[in-house]
Design a protein around this ligand. Sequence first.
Ligand code: ZN
Ligand code: ZN
Length: 158
Amino acid sequence: MKNKKAAEILRQFLKKGQNRITPERFEVMDAALDYEGHFGADDLYVIMKNNSSRVSRATVYKTLELLVQCNLLCKRNFGDNMTHYESLYRKQNHDHLICMDCGRIVEFPSTSLENIPSQLCNELGFDFSSYSFNIFARCKNPKKCKYFNPKGKNEKLS
Ligand SMILES: [Zn+2]
Ligand SMILES: [Zn+2]
């Protein structure tokens, strides 16, 4: 197990919810936290398979949901109807700009936005839970963009 502190968080969470504590779940956790950037559940499953893991697809899906619930991962929606996951562990809070032409995702720190959602919740009489903020934009010059792919728009959004 590479991420000891995260493993402890997951262990406590599983125990509290009376979920089974299995080595496969920690295997998925390590793979998910080590993934650089954004990924779909199937991306992670394929990577684990290629590393000759014996974990099942169902376990990957289920464990990713559990990791979201204990705040080690978060879900992102980049407007393509796919669920993308991203590690929150040892990572600075940030938001995303998504290019609608080339599918590139640029991260930026959300320091100037951070307090707004919880302030709004307070004003509207709610308890803040989470927020998502995406900027959708277009390449200024698609011809010069090395990410631009004229054939398959948004083919790979992760
Ligand atoms: Zn991100
Ligand atoms: Zn672009």
